[in-house]
Design a protein around this ligand. Structure first.
Ligand code: FA5
Length: 342
């Protein structure tokens, strides 16, 4: 009787497994529980072994094992079949079309000031200048005194300086590197020094932190004509051949004679606007022939050597190159502005 039940269970269950469709694959688990679960049919039959006559037990036991193995095998085969089907479906749906055009990657850009520094260095190095650096936290001596601006001299008022104590300050001009270099370099030499400078200034063309690029040439027979021609070449390479450049006489205690150089305004292109205060031009740099007193203070023989020097405002240069109407945009870190600089 039990033997017959076992054979029936096997045939019916295998039949049931055979009929399960992929869409109703959960039924396989139900069959598994129905046959092998805690209260499953085969589990109950195995428990009933104790009531079987001892001489029949080996036969019944062997059949129980055979039924268990074939149902288990059939379940596993069906489950594997469904798993393979599921994987194929997934691969089909997630297929990558390698011929689809790419969306492109996001490109960054240099900040306009870094870009100007790179361009200036490139032009100047081709003219034979070497690049040096100097400290932003500077002594009163190198920033002012060695530049022929003694303590309490009225010309200090031209640069509203951040003092840390009586002798230490945030450099107000890259001219501070001039004396440092004259002390260590042997003439003749040509150097440029780009870097940050600090003054208590703030309006559309002035920022408390700004950037300058200092240039210094020390040689025999250096003249104003050399300075002017060098600056014309540099500015035309930077802004283009048809740029309007204006040289004006000026005053700096460390150069004699001194000049200031203006370029046409990026906003009104020379017509006059708020940015250029109606003049049509923007002041970009100061320059001149190095005052012999400055040479002597730094140990250079002023009878043998002369020099010229210049100090560019790099923020204004970036404003002119990119038609930026207010210096503050350079420091706001606004991604909408920077995106336009690519
Ligand atoms: C000087 O700083 C001199 N050291 C330049 C110099 C060097 C003259 C060598 C002679 C020989 P000035 O204060 O004019 O000069 O500044 C030079 C340039 O820096 C200005 O023309 C302007 O373009 C820029 N500049 C000055 N102050 C600011 C500021 N607060 N914000 C942005 N740019 C500034």
């Amino acid at each position: 009787m039990l033997l017959e039940e076992l054979v029936n269970l096997k045939n019916e269950t295998l039949n049931e497994i055979e009929k399960v469709e992929y869409e109703s694959k959960k039924d396989l688990q139900e069959i598994r529980v129905k046959v092998f679960g805690k209260n499953g049919i085969l589990t109950a039959m195995s428990k009933g072994m104790k009531d079987v006559e001892p001489q029949d037990r080996p036969k019944v036991g062997a059949l129980i094992n055979e039924v268990r193995n074939s149902i288990e095998q059939s379940l596993v085969e069906k489950e594997n079949e469904f798993k393979a089907k599921e994987l194929n479906e997934k691969l089909e749906n997630e297929k990558i079309d390698i011929t689809e055009p790419s969306k492109g990657s996001l490109k960054g850009a240099f900040h306009p000031i870094s870009d100007v520094i790179d361009r200036m260095i490139d032009i100047c190095v081709k003219m034979g200048f070497s690049v040096v650096e100097g400290p932003e936290i500077e002594s009163d001596y190198y920033n002012f005194e060695a530049m022929n601006i003694p303590k309490n001299h009225p010309s200090r008022d031209m640069q509203d300086t951040f003092f840390i104590n009586d002798n230490i300050l945030l450099r107000s001009q890259t001219s501070a590197v001039q004396a440092r270099e004259m002390e260590i370099q042997k003439p003749p030499f040509k150097i440029i020094c780009p870097g940050k400078t600090y003054r208590n200034d703030s309006d559309s063309t002035h920022s408390p932190i700004f950037h300058q690029l200092e240039g210094l040439v020390i040689d025999e027979n250096v003249s104003m004509a050399d300075l002017k021609s060098m600056l014309m070449t540099l500015m035309k390479r930077l802004f283009g051949e048809d740029t309007t450049i204006r040289f004006r006489p000026s005053f700096f205690p460390f150069t004699e004679p001194s000049i200031e150089v203006d370029v046409s305004c990026p906003t009104c292109h020379g017509k006059g606007c708020n940015l250029c205060k109606g003049t049509g031009m923007l002041e970009l740099l100061g320059a001149g022939i190095v005052n012999p007193k400055v040479l002597e203070m730094s140990g250079i023989d002023s009878k043998k050597y002369r020099g010229f020097a210049f100090g560019f405002g790099l923020d204004r240069t970036a404003m002119i190159l990119n038609s930026i109407g207010n210096i503050k945009y350079l420091y706001k870190n606004d991604i909408r502005f920077l995106e336009q600089m690519k």
